[in-house]
Design a protein. Structure first.
Length: 29
């Protein structure tokens, strides 16, 4: 279903944003 795809895409986007934030945090220290 479309909802499943949307949930999966949102979860992936959140994981990517979290890893980017972590990388930025590590590089600024």
């Amino acid at each position: 279903m479309v909802v499943e795809i949307q949930k999966r895409a949102q979860a992936q986007a959140e994981a990517v944003s979290q890893s980017v934030d972590k990388n930025l945090f590590e590089t600024t220290q």
